[in-house]
Design a protein around this ligand. Structure first.
Ligand code: AMP
Length: 202
């Protein structure tokens, strides 16, 4: 959805924020369809690189399999390429990115080059025990190695606590962070996300 305000095209750029297993992928799919956004999931992009056996994919695999974050420079370069290849997008939904303060700062710079900025950050809030249950269940069908071992899952939470959670404060300081209860019916959570997005669009 692109808005024309005072002869300037405004992009709708959303960050879907939250710990592993909070439902970012599920809600992204629904939001993309409703708001016609281009989806950037750094986890999906990294897994595609790994499946293609690229140098980047092999490097990323060492981190992913241990539940650690892939270095900022690798992820930022990948997102930059994606955005340049989708320059005509009406807006982006960032899923699993940014995950560190340097990534968030780089994203601000990238969007600035599009004469744009983050519209709103939607944080899906779910407690850790529920997340572990969801991830182990997902691991049975997704085939994702990082969803199958509880130690790797706990490591991902540790990375989230230490490096990613500070972003909630980073975006709260910009009045862009909104927390949303991530437990319950998928459609009810979706409706709640849409209400916050529509408030930004008004
Ligand atoms: P996800 O599919 O978003 O849960 O990501 C799976 C794994 O990919 C993470 O545990 C990290 O190892 C890596 N990854 C995905 N996105 C990022 C990111 N923005 N920064 C660093 N590592 C990432």
């Amino acid at each position: 959805m692109k808005l024309l305000i005072c002869d300037t095209l405004i992009m709708l750029n959303l960050i879907l924020f939250g710990p592993p297993g909070a439902g970012k992928g599920t809600q992204s799919e629904k939001l993309i369809a409703k708001y016609n956004l281009s989806h950037i999931s750094t986890g999906d992009l990294l897994r595609a690189e790994r499946a293609a056996g690229t140098e980047l994919g092999n490097l990323a695999n060492d981190y992913i399999s241990k539940g650690e974050l892939v270095p900022d420079s690798v992820v930022i370069g990948m997102v930059k390429n994606f955005m340049l290849n989708h320059g005509d997008a009406a807006g982006f939904i960032f899923d699993g990115f940014p995950r560190t303060i340097p990534q968030a700062e780089a994203l601000d710079t990238m969007l600035h080059d599009f004469s744009s900025s983050i519209s709103v950050v939607l944080g899906l809030e779910v407690e850790e025990d529920e997340l572990v249950k969801r991830l182990l269940l997902r691991g049975q069908s997704s085939g994702r190695v990082d969803d199958q071992d509880e130690n790797t899952i706990r490591n991902r939470f540790q990375e989230y606590q230490n490096k990613t959670l500070p972003l909630a404060g980073f975006y709260s300081n910009q009045n862009k962070y909104v927390g949303v209860q991530g437990i319950g019916e998928i459609d009810l959570i979706f409706n709640s996300l849409c209400q916050h997005i529509d408030a930004v669009l008004q």
